[in-house]
Write a protein that binds this ligand. Structure first.
Ligand code: PLP
Length: 463
């Protein structure tokens, strides 16, 4: 592997001068003198401009399922670009990789999800769900069914529609007004919103919140209920046992569509191809992105149930929706090869039967740490809740925020890239992660917690 000889100091200067990074405090980035420049990656490890390795506990941004440096993926992109770099699907045309990928995805989803609509990002996939769900009800002669019900603290992307559908209060605080016809209900986050409550009772309360909202809006006005099987960016919120089948039953009871946002959970993250397989439900619309191409190229898709396709085919009219790069041949070819690698290396099964349980075992040990309120995971996605008082969900300084950032920074200092969501440390490593690397992930969080204690005690004292 040849290392390009970058001038890192100059890149950092140019970063401040010209580049605005995502979801970032731009004053802080300026004060820091620019971003940390990541120059290369291999397997589950990323390297910065100084050559410092970091175990990538986030798989990039929840997406690099097959790990970095896959020559096969580069090769398939190279070959496809030479053969047919790009063509669209607007002109009654399609390319071979596009058609083959749609076929493959529908086979992986199973059931009545035989069709796929392509987009380029998770946010666009979510936009497609909103437009398609509403249009479906127009076709069915029920145009008043246009309300979508989502959960508080959900993440559905950062376009105006994605941010509207998501339930992130800090996002709603900026750049409104937002897309109308969207309602939010409580999230199934037992650690924060039902601490000590009987799990079954908590589950029922979270389900009842959706039913109450359906009744409040009027069942004849609800187009769809949407949720991430496990809320990722919201802090790896794992719903209680039975939640999803009950939500599915509600959708059937009131005749509204069930949409799942699989942008993180899809492609093996939970030890099944999709989160809805893990939870044993049958959604009508399924958004996916991230792991679909392991992030090697941008691509997203929406799985669409047969009865919705039948409705589209019941009229001689365009569904006037789509993107220049929908079904991009090169991105589709890379996604197909990525799925082939996941299958060939048995990464979904390995996550379910080997690495997922191994991570869970490590977290069960870590859960005994005096600063840990809960350590939870499904497959290869998890979170560690930091608390001020063992056995409670009390936070340092009386509110969530500072503890997570302190521990996250120490993790990064010790060579582990993870994310802090409020006072939890979240992780979602590549599905190729080894046992030794899982030991490193859990061990580094433990070390960071130990080292954070003096700083955390100061926050507590100040509160
Ligand atoms: C990341 C994410 C999105 C948005 O995807 P982008 O590709 O960033 O637009 C949507 N939904 C979920 C659940 C996500 O995690």
């Amino acid at each position: 592997m040849t290392l390009k000889n970058y001038d890192i100091a100059e890149l950092r200067r140019l970063d401040v001068a010209h580049h605005l990074p995502c979801h970032q405090d731009h004053k802080l980035m300026q004060d820091l003198g620019g971003a940390r420049i990541i120059t290369r990656a291999q397997g589950s490890t990323i390297f910065d401009g100084e050559g410092t390795p970091l175990l990538d506990g986030m798989a990039g941004l929840w997406c690099v399922q097959v790990g970095y440096g896959r020559e096969e993926l580069a090769k398939v992109a190279y070959d496809q670009m030479l053969e047919l770099a790009y063509y669209n699907t607007f002109f009654k045309t399609a390319s071979p990789p596009t058609v083959l990928l749609a076929t493959k995805i529908s086979q992986l989803m199973g059931g009545n999800l035989s069709h796929v609509f392509f987009n380029n990002s998770g946010s666009e996939a979510v936009d497609t769900i909103i437009r398609l769900a509403r249009y479906y009800w127009q076709l069915k002669g029920q145009p008043e069914r246009n309300v979508l019900i989502a959960r508080n603290n959900a993440y559905h992307g950062s376009t105006i529609a994605g941010a509207s559908l998501g339930g992130m209060s800090h996002m709603h605080a900026q750049g409104g007004p937002f897309v109308p016809g969207i309602e939010h209900v409580m999230q199934p986050y037992q650690f924060n919103e039902g601490f000590g409550e009987d799990p079954e009772a908590f589950c029922q309360r979270a389900v009842d919140a959706i039913e109450s909202k359906i009744l409040e809006v009027g069942p004849e006005k609800v187009a769809a209920v949407i949720g991430e099987p496990i809320q990722g960016a919201g802090g790896v919120i794992i719903p209680p046992e039975g939640y999803w089948p009950k939500v599915e039953a509600l959708c059937r009871k009131y005749g509204c569509l069930l949409a799942v946002d699989e942008v993180i959970c899809g492609y093996g993250r939970l030890g099944q191809w999709f989160g809805f397989h893990h939870y044993g439900i049958k959604p009508d619309l399924v958004s996916m992105a991230k792991g679909l191409s392991s992030g090697y190229l941008p691509i997203s898709a929406v799985g669409v149930a047969d009865f919705i396709v039948e409705a589209l085919r019941s009229v001689s009219d365009d569904f006037v929706h789509g993107f220049t790069y929908s079904g991009h041949p090169t991105a589709a070819a890379v996604a197909l090869k990525n799925i082939e690698i996941i299958e060939r290396e048995g990464l979904v099964e390995r996550t379910r039967t080997d690495t997922g349980p191994y991570l869970a075992k490590g977290l069960a040990e870590l859960a005994k740490h005096p600063l840990v309120g809960e350590a939870r995971s499904v497959g290869l996605i998890g979170a560690v809740e930091i608390v001020a008082e063992k056995g409670t969900n009390k936070r340092f300084g009386g509110k969530e925020g500072p503890a997570g950032l302190i521990v996250r920074d120490l993790c990064i200092k010790h060579g582990l890239m993870v994310r802090a969501v409020r006072d939890s440390i979240v992780f979602s490593p590549p599905l190729v992660i080894t046992h030794a690397e899982i030991d490193q992930l859990v061990g580094t969080i433990r070390k960071a917690l130990d080292e954070a204690l003096p700083a955390l005690k100061e926050i507590k004292a100040a509160a």
